[in-house]
Design a protein around this ligand. Structure first.
Ligand SMILES: Cc1ncc(C[n+]2csc(CCOP(=O)(O)OP(=O)(O)O)c2C)c(N)n1
Ligand SMILES: [Mg+2]
Length: 423
């Protein structure tokens, strides 16, 4: 652990995975080495390393804007939770690696934006949500789609435009959805207004949930952010505006694009929190605080998640023409949210090296099966382009490829087409 991280060394609770409750063990000693009871009775000196079932971690320091209360500085994480956050981040990282390769092989067409390096943002926020809370994000959406319930098969299927995809291959990389996950949005900043709208629906329906509305540092300079924070504050909407500040909007650094780089203060009259978002635990706790703040009826709040993109803006950008190689190499080496979290879990005695090896293997296998399924899946026939336009209507007259070509919807929904194909 480097010196910067000293303040976040975990405190271990006296709450161990293996417990040997009698004269043969002393709890203090048993935290590290335990003589297994039955073997000890036979005087066989077998020593087993034990692991804590939970540990208390310090969150990294937050910066506050117009807030009296703050997220907790210590939170307890169970071994299961810790390993699950690691697994989720690793699943996203490896899926993005695969997406990059499939793109280079031209199996993925169009745009493809990876969230490599930013995994702790999605995993941390998602960990604070219930299934009834909503999220909406930009085109950097593969990880969010997975976290909100989609399978790796469906995400990869969508990337390669196949029927097995999240939306039957009609949306591609930037347009994936799940229940209470409103996408995948290709228009920079569009999701800010949509997310405020979801929060308005919650308020209108008196539903005690929040919408995490996620946008980038580039989008943060758009007018709609200021219009939406204004309305959300006036109407006290349960909207958490989450600015994922990865330092760049395409190839433009925040220094060149933003007169005020304190994105957590950019809601002006809306309170905000700056979070070191290379640490999943700090993100989770900040999101928990923000959610509680909104649900208590206080209105919106801004979270600035300080993060870093380890790859180019999209797969076709090498990502090195507007930042130095040293900057990139140093970020990968010192700030990696997955490696650092693994180290924290080991230091807290919540897990051992081989636990991570097992997870990595399982993730690899899941993803290679998912690629196989996705590649073997077929594509929709062209008439599917006219389906899924409106819900619960008679077939509609739809404009075709030219202004004077009118087509009556051959099928209202893609499900109809698929059931015909399979029958
Ligand atoms: C309205 C609009 N303008 C421009 C673009 C082109 N564009 C795509 S991504 C992007 C940069 C956005 O940067 P940021 O908000 O920081 O998000 P990040 O890509 O870093 O996640 C731009 C300008 C677009 N898609 N939509
Ligand atoms: Mg950005």
């Amino acid at each position: 652990m480097d010196s910067d991280n000293k303040h976040c060394l975990p405190f271990i609770h006296a709450d161990y995975a293996l417990h040997v409750p009698d004269q043969h063990s002393d709890d203090h000693v048993s935290s590290k080495m335990v003589v297994l009871r039955n073997l000890a009775l036979k005087k066989v000196p077998l020593y087993v390393r034990t692991y804590a079932s939970s540990a208390t971690f310090q969150t990294l320091p937050y910066k506050l804007h117009k807030l009296d209360a703050a997220p907790e500085l210590e939170i307890t994480v169970s071994r299961d939770e810790g390993l699950e956050y690691y697994r989720q981040m690793q699943l996203i990282r490896q899926l993005e690696n695969i997406a990059g390769n499939l793109y280079r092989q031209q199996a993925i067409r169009g745009f493809c934006h990876l969230s490599t390096g930013q995994e702790a943002c999605a995993v941390g926020v998602r960990a604070s949500m219930t299934a009834e809370d909503a999220a909406i994000t930009s085109y950097r959406c593969h990880g969010w789609t997975l976290l909100c319930g989609s399978t790796p098969e469906a995400v990869i299927g969508e990337l390669v435009g196949k029927i097995s995809g999240n939306v039957y291959g009609k949306g591609g990389s930037m347009h994936m959805y799940e229940k209470n996950f409103f996408g995948g949005n290709g228009i920079v900043g569009a999701q800010i207004s949509l997310g405020a709208g979801v929060a308005l629906a919650y308020k209108y329906n008196k539903q005690p949930n929040v919408c995490f509305t996620i946008y980038g540092d580039g989008a943060a300079n758009q007018g709609q952010f200021f219009e939406c924070t204004n309305m959300a504050a006036l109407w006290k909407l349960p909207c958490v505006f989450v600015c994922e500040n990865n330092g760049y909007g395409m190839g433009t650094s925040v220094d060149r694009a933003s007169a005020d780089k304190n994105f957590y203060k950019r809601g002006d009259f809306v309170p905000g929190i700056w979070v070191d978002a290379m640490d999943v635990i700090s993100v989770k706790e900040a999101a928990r605080f923000a959610k509680d703040y909104c649900i208590a009826g206080n209105g919106p709040i801004v979270l600035e998640l300080a993060t870093y993109r380890f790859v180019g803006h999209s797969v076709s950008d090498a990502g090195t023409s507007y930042r130095t190689r040293e900057e990139l190499t140093s970020a990968r080496k010192t700030k990696d949210p997955i490696h650092n979290f693994r180290d924290r879990l080991i230091a807290a005695h919540l897990a051992k090296e081989s636990d991570f090896g097992d997870i990595d293997k399982e993730v690899k296998k899941t993803l290679s099966n998912a690629v196989e399924t996705a590649m073997a899946s077929s594509v929709l026939p062209p008439e599917a382009l006219y389906a899924d336009l409106y819900a619960n209507t008679e077939p509609q007259r739809i404009r075709g490829c030219t202004a004077d070509e009118i087509v009556v919807q051959p099928h209202v929904s893609t499900d109809e087409i698929i059931s015909k194909m399979t029958n």
